[in-house]
Write a protein that binds this ligand. Structure first.
Ligand code: PLP
Length: 403
């Protein structure tokens, strides 16, 4: 397709709280990797709702399942059971090679759930004294926006004006296994880590870091909690980003793509030793495990179970990163990624990542800035190879003009 100057939509958001600053484009339709505005202008979605759209917009298999479930049963609460929750849990447990699944809705809720599960595990199984549990987390982390979660953030913008925060977290530099070793004490119940830090700018830790965390957690009797909300479910070319180092964590936290881009669905997945400690009354959610979400989630898991999506992401991802390296790399300060997930930093003093994304918008490509000078890319895993090439060309053209 030929790039044209895209019109900036006039979005009437007067009644909307301003906790976001969206790019000025008002979408009315999505199909695969493409979205369009009311006037018919098409845009290539290279953000995929922060990886929630790994299967693209309105994947036919997922839409069919959702339609069927909409016509059947949508919500029961957990006061009753439903015919979708059990099969979903079994399928996801099998994909993760774990025993139990606790369904929630958003990534942040699933992280909160994992924190509660780890604390209870620490008191019951490890014998940590009452209310003394601590969890090791990392500089640059992003695990969501609740008050407990932002309390462990190192990002002043996320924290400012929202204290006081929940105690019980120790933060160390990302990628530094010796700092983790020094931080773990008798009261440490878990290490909570994103295997690749997404919001921080797709920051990949040094090789061996995840294996080192596994070793430290095993030797100190500490849970290793993998926040794979953004990195998991095929994004990096493997089912989980932890798979790149052949490491099995004790707890997976999943979200985003689990809901197939249709419904919010998250989950904590672990063995019974951990999750069976969350007894009736100790944790819950009205919408968590609703039949609509579970039906879609089960189809997502079925699509991942064959490994084809992951293989495609790995194959396209290699080319994507090579092409970005060759055509964008020379014009930016640094570039990194894994699978179909990448980010680059614009040179210091250059206009901001936001301005770069606005320029990309005029070439009909949607991407997202983070932390000022960084631009993030996460195209749907189902993207057509030619569309991916075209998208990279647009980014390279803007980067060339930028330099
Ligand atoms: N964990 C990670 C790694 C994330 O990237 C995010 C969201 O971007 C979350 C947790 C929070 O997910 P949600 O926005 O669904 O609460």
């Amino acid at each position: 397709m030929t790039p044209t100057a895209a019109p900036i939509a006039d979005v009437d958001d007067r009644a909307l709280a301003h906790n976001y600053e969206p790019l000025p484009v008002n979408l009315v339709h999505g199909d695969g990797a493409w979205v369009r505005t009311e006037d018919g202008t098409a845009y290539l979605d290279m953000l995929s709702a922060y990886s929630a759209l790994n299967f693209g917009h309105r994947h036919p298999r997922l839409v069919a399942v959702a339609h069927h479930q909409l016509d059947t049963l949508t919500l029961t609460s957990r006061a009753y059971s439903n015919d979708q929750i059990g099969p979903f849990a079994r399928a996801l447990a099998e994909l993760c090679d774990m025993e139990r699944v606790l369904p929630m809705n958003t990534g942040a809720e699933a992280i909160e759930t994992a924190i509660k599960a780890a604390r209870r595990w620490g008191y019951v199984r490890k014998g940590v004294p009452h209310d003394r549990a601590n969890i090791v987390v990392f500089d640059g982390n992003f695990h969501g926006r609740t008050t407990t979660i932002i309390g462990m953030s190192s990002d002043p913008e996320a924290r400012e004006g929202f204290g006081p925060f929940t105690p019980g977290f120790v933060r160390v530099p990302f990628g530094d296994a010796s700092a983790v070793a020094a931080a773990i004490d008798d009261d440490t119940v878990a290490v909570l880590v994103e295997p690749i830090q997404g919001e921080a700018g797709v920051v990949v830790p040094p090789d061996g870091f995840l294996r080192a965390l596994r070793g430290l957690c095993t030797s100190t009797g500490t849970l290793l909690i993998a926040d794979e909300v953004q990195s998991g479910l095929g994004r990096t070319g493997r089912t989980f980003a932890f798979d790149h180092e052949e490491v099995r964590p004790d707890v997976y936290v999943l979200g985003k793509a689990l809901g197939g881009g249709i419904v919010p669905l998250s989950a904590v997945v672990a063995d019974g030793d951990v999750l069976d400690l969350l007894t009736p009354g100790s944790h819950g959610s009205t919408f968590g495990g609703n039949p609509l979400a579970c039906a879609v989630g089960r189809e997502v898991v079925a699509m991942l179970a064959t490994g084809e999506v992951q293989e495609r992401a790995a194959r396209l991802g290699t080319k994507f990163l090579d092409d970005l390296d060759a055509t964008v790399g020379p014009h930016v300060a640094s570039l990194r990624g894994r699978g179909l997930w990448a980010a680059f930093d614009l040179p210091a003093g250059a206009p901001s990542g936001r301005a770069f994304c606005e320029r990309l918008l005029t070439r009909q490509v949607l991407a997202k800035d983070t932390h000022g000078q960084t631009v993030r890319l996460a195209p749907p895993l189902v993207i057509d190879e030619r569309d991916l090439d075209w998208g990279v060309e647009q980014i390279a053209t803007v980067a060339r003009d930028w330099a």
